[in-house]
Ligand binder design. Sequence first.
Ligand code: GCO
Ligand code: MG
Length: 404
Amino acid sequence: KERRITDARVVVTSPGRNFVTVIIETEGGVTGIGDATLNGRELAVASYLVEHVIPALIGRDAAQIEDIWQYLYRGAYWRRGPVTMSAIAAIDVALWDIKAKMAGMPLYQLLGGRSREGVLVYGHANGGDIEETVDAVGRYIDMGYKAIRAQSGVPGIKDAYGVGRGTMYYEPADNSLPSVTGWDTRKALNYVPRLFDKLRLTYGFDHHLLHDGHHRYTPQEAANLGKMLEPYQLFWLEDATPAENQEVFRLIRQHTVTPLAVGEVFNTIWDCKDLIEEQLIDYIRATLVHAGGITHLRRIADLASLYQIRTGCHGATDLSPASMGAALHFDTWVPNFGIQEYMRHSDATDEVFPHDYHFADGYLHCGETPGHGVTIDEALAKKYPYDPKQLPVARLADGTMWNW
Ligand code: GCO
Ligand code: MG
């Protein structure tokens, strides 16, 4: 009876950027929260939850996480997709939060206990050109980061992906209708290897360096880029090409030993089954909030572990602190952990979502409080109403729509 779900609600708040949060209450008074944010499509998930999911939860046993997951996944009939899977993920994470609180344990203990002391993270360094980006990487090194993603503006490309406007990190959803950015593969292929050449000359080879292609290259171009980057020993080249057709990664793989990461837009194990089974990637970036929560992400991680593929969860600021907190418990446990992305949230966001994780010396550490260690200040959240913002689009010089 204590475990009966008595209420579940959705909070949409915008302390600097939009977040969708699910709060589940039980008869015994234990509550849990989960992140349901889908950047630029927030209200679709909020409505999916309010209209179609929450009514079916009231009265259920909060401890039956697996059954609730299967009920929501199979029961919808319309399987998969980012809206459905983000909604399921939020419920799942909130229920794991409740279960861990009821057990009086930090979440990683329920998953199987600690596999490591801290969670290796990478930060986002960016600048308008190579010089600025090299300086930005230096600042991350000074802050103690051991792994840094480097993105640079490219001369002749309007708003190249990953370059903030005077901010330490990149916040892409910047307008109520999509901004138009540019892309030119020739210019990028000329410039990106020079950035990494300069970075290695300046800082040596002790730090991990990463780069995000953000789905912009064709498989042949991605293979070419991977090959050109080989001397700089990247930790990974991310999203080198779109992955709806998983077999196109074969071509990239045949031509380069630069490690490949993909999957921040994946929402189920089916999106990465071939990539994993054919060993076409090295890191899987699927993340709790968009890939069905802990219940589903651990199945993906287990499949990946058979092939020595490691995790590298998405962790941009459009994933709320509730996502980050839960991800850190997952990362602390998962045997085949690789790295965790970490863009710092704004102070306003951190105030709305009090949490007990902390950064030290290049690692994030989850806390020891029961649950996943993140809560929401609902009164404060109300002060930040929803602020419609969408992700940009990209066009080539002649106007052709490209991948963003
Ligand atoms: C990353 C991502 C982000 C996404 C953003 C979309 O590697 O962190 O590519 O920058 O573009 O999360 O909402
Ligand atoms: Mg990315």
